[in-house]
Ligand binder design. Structure first.
Ligand code: HEM
Length: 133
């Protein structure tokens, strides 16, 4: 197996991952029934997100925490959902890629998932509020 080499591999990885997500009984309905995700828009955003993450190109310019706060309002994002998300993400990588980028991507995903879980579940947390004058 080889490492993730460029944009084409990222696109392949993202497509394969979301195929798994859509078939998953826990995650699939959140994307397709609750949020009614437009895949023709979502997938290219995710290609950019992961290409930016792993290759340092300045393509993704979104606000993922805000996007997920909207998801959380309608389908509470609990730890079990993040665990499943990461399980499928790691599986997609492990089945297809091997190397420093593959390993790093798994670590980045886990780290972002941890921050995201914290932030969507603690929206009013004092540590996130702007400083008081
Ligand atoms: C509980 C697990 C998760 C669920 C159910 C979930 C669900 C979703 C949904 C429904 C959207 C589309 C929002 C919309 O277009 O209306 C979305 C967008 C997105 N997700 Fe997730 N997500 C999860 C975890 C993650 C993780 C762990 C990451 C990153 C490591 C991630 C990265 C993103 C990004 C970058 C977007 C695009 C935001 C934008 O529009 O800029 N998600 N997610």
């Amino acid at each position: 197996m080889e490492d993730i080499k460029g944009r084409a591999d990222v696109e392949w990885l993202v497509d394969d991952f979301y195929e798994k997500v859509r078939k998953d009984p826990l995650l699939g309905p959140i994307f397709d029934d609750v949020m009614k995700v437009d895949w023709s828009k979502h997938l290219p955003i995710m290609y950019d997100f992961w290409e930016t993450n792993i290759f340092g190109v300045a393509k993704y310019k979104g606000r993922p925490i805000e996007a997920h706060a909207k998801v959380h309002d309608r389908a509470p994002m609990e730890q079990a959902l993040f665990d499943r998300w990461l399980e499928l993400f790691d599986k997609t990588i492990d089945e297809n890629f091997e190397g420093i980028r593959a390993t790093t991507l798994k670590k980045h995903a886990a780290s972002i998932a941890g921050i995201m879980h914290f932030k969507v579940n603690h929206p009013g947390d004092i540590r996130m509020a702007p400083p008081k004058k």
